[in-house]
Design a protein around this ligand. Structure first.
Ligand code: C2E
Ligand code: CA
Ligand code: CA
Length: 562
């Protein structure tokens, strides 16, 4: 090529790149290797840290948008192309975007040679490696990358309408039970069902495996979104029926109001939508949930608290404390046992009540290590008190999570051995509310407790769940009347009568009965008339640290006996 031809080639090629720019997802380029001149798709200037799409002095200009750590590697590659006859370039490295953040790219190019065999031009294409597929071949829908573009395009414009994220409930099971191909069919058919239910000006995307998104920019309300959700469900039910109930599945949806989300970027938008969908699933699946800022903030607080609890566990249970509350024999006002109650505080959260943090420990599984720690503190305390009060017992609250997911009997046994505690010195307090499932497993658990001489107290009796079947299955040694019921019994003659019958029933099957929540002498006198066995309440003592418990309840007992 003569010089003029070369110029023409370069400018014609640049022109083609410019024309193709809106039609392709990647960036095309041409580089004049002999005149050190470069042209790239103009849209690259919007994405990367470059201000012109056409420039000379290529190496120097590269400095602006090539990641500094990859700069030498790129130059080496260019040297090789110029000196060693390499005619194909294929390199993955990093460019810098407009915010100078690294973006992985794959640059491929062909090198053309002149009549003398010298490298003349390099033409090729750059694509972003991280960029997700824009369309999905299984459902035929647009994918998340397109959704992102759409949302970002709306940018500053005031958005009104809704966004709905739909998830197939338990999709993993469909895949596992029916195979991936069948799963793909379900994904495709679900997309068709959604498509059939939406309006022409609503757009459908497939986000991840089993999640779809609907965008509505036409100002429809969340109530209309809800109605749409039910229409989609009806379409899916129709499909399931037509399919001869070969597979049965449900969907959940999270709904966001667009106006709430002005000035949110794409990531926080998607995070909130994911939250709304998982909230719908957490609330029992097969339902839709409309995003509420209040719920989201509560969720963030909860997540933060779980992080704090986890950190505390990893720092040798820093911030956890075992408190003890006396349980008194009503016939002689003597201390018989103590209930161990957990406390937690941290700089970040302040003091949290057990009602706040126990469910978080359960949800996160942290109840297993913390419960074990608590058990150790409780049994250690028991062994100390038994030196003064030989038949003293300690009662420990145990969650069903601990029973189902750890070997709590082995833990109790090991601690009893460590502190040389005899059978009958440990009481496990359990509620009825978690008992429902896994009956066989639990029944074996109760047998093992009995074999080891570990006593059982049925906690929170009278709080609604009470079912005499459980009383029979669990066959506890004691039942504990919850404070909420004690209050009712003190106020209401019918409940008082009921409590009286409970005492009678308990005694008729050789159970002891403990009334919780007695705060005053008057309350004590009133309850004493129906002759329960034990009393636990602020009247005899609030939960307190072991040292205070010792001084207030054990040392005094010691003095009496001395
Ligand atoms: P719970 O097992 O029913 O414990 C009795 C609760 O009643 C304790 O609340 C105690 O402080 C409170 N209480 C006792 N007497 C009175 C009274 O006269 N007046 C009033 N107003 N309250 C009284 P706390 O310590 O806040 O514990 C709440 C719940 O947290 C416990 O209820 C138990 O279900 C759970 N919990 C506490 N520690 C543990 C633990 O180590 N493990 C597990 N799994 N749960 C625990
Ligand atoms: Ca309890
Ligand atoms: Ca209780």
């Amino acid at each position: 090529m003569c010089i003029d031809d070369k110029r023409t080639f370069f400018s014609q090629f640049s022109k083609i790149i410019e024309l193709l720019d809106p039609c392709v997802d990647n960036f095309l380029y041409v580089k004049d290797l002999q005149n050190d001149y470069y042209y790239i798709s103009p849209s690259a200037t919007e994405r990367f840290n470059m201000d012109k799409c056409e420039f000379g002095d290529v190496t120097e200009n590269h400095r602006k948008f090539v990641h500094p750590a990859d700069f030498d590697m790129l130059n080496e590659e260019m040297d090789q192309i110029l000196s060693s006859g390499k005619t194909f370039h294929n390199l993955q490295y990093r460019w810098l975007d407009k915010n100078k953040k690294p973006v992985w790219i794959n640059c491929r190019g062909r090198v053309t040679l002149d009549e003398e065999g010298n490298p003349e031009f390099m033409v090729g294409c750059i694509n972003e490696i991280g960029k997700v597929q824009e369309a999905d071949n299984i459902s035929g829908l647009l994918r998340e990358a397109s959704l992102q573009q759409e949302i970002e395009k709306c940018g500053e414009e005031r958005m009104s309408g809704f966004f709905m994220l739909i998830g197939i409930d338990n999709f993993k099971e469909i895949n596992e039970n029916c195979g991936i191909e069948y799963g793909d069919m379900i994904l495709r058919r679900t997309a068709e069902c959604i498509q059939a239910a939406i309006e022409p000006n609503q757009k459908l995307y497939r986000i991840v495996a089993d999640e779809y998104a609907i965008m509505d920019f036409s100002g429809r309300t969340t109530n209309e979104a809800r109605a749409l959700y039910y229409r989609i469900r009806a379409e899916i039910d129709k499909f399931i029926e037509e399919n001869g109930y070969e597979v049965f599945y449900t969907i959940s949806a999270g709904i966001l109001k667009m106006d709430d989300l002005e000035q949110q970027n794409y990531d926080s938008f998607v995070t909130r939508a994911e939250f709304a969908l998982s909230e719908a699933k957490n609330r029992g699946k097969n339902r839709c949930y409309v995003y509420s800022q209040e719920d989201y903030e509560a969720f963030l607080v909860k997540r933060k608290r779980i992080q704090v609890l986890r950190k505390a566990v990893n720092r040798d249970f820093e911030g956890f404390e075992a408190y003890f509350q006396p349980i008194v024999d009503i016939t002689n006002n003597k201390l018989t046992s103590a209930e161990a109650l957990m406390r937690f505080s941290s700089e970040e959260t302040g003091r949290l009540s057990p009602a706040e943090f126990i469910p978080l420990l359960e949800e996160s599984g942290l109840i297993i290590p913390v419960g074990r720690w608590m058990l150790n503190k409780a049994l250690e305390a028991c062994s100390k008190v038994r030196k003064i009060i030989p038949d003293f017992r300690v009662a420990v609250n145990i969650s069903y999570i601990q029973i189902l997911k750890s070997d709590i009997v082995a833990d109790i046994r090991a601690n009893m051995k460590e502190y040389q505690l005899e059978p009958g010195s440990v009481v496990v307090e359990l509620t009825e509310s978690g008992y429902l499932d896994s009956e066989d497993y639990l029944n074996r658990f109760f047998e093992r407790l009995k074999d080891d001489g570990i006593l059982v107290a049925l906690d929170d009796f009278g709080t609604g769940y009470s079912n005499f079947q459980y009383l029979y299955n669990i066959s506890p040694d004691t039942i504990k009347i919850d404070r909420s019921f004690t209050i009712k019994a003190l106020k209401n003659p019918a409940d008082y009568k009921l409590l009286q019958h409970m005492v009678y029933l308990a005694h008729s099957i050789q159970l002891k009965l403990c009334v919780e929540g007695i705060e005053t002498k008057e309350e004590l006198d009133e309850i004493a008339k129906i002759e329960p066995d034990y009393i636990q309440g602020y009247y005899f003592g609030k939960p307190c640290s072991f040292d205070i418990f010792w001084d207030a309840h054990v040392a005094s007992d010691k003095e009496e006996t001395d």
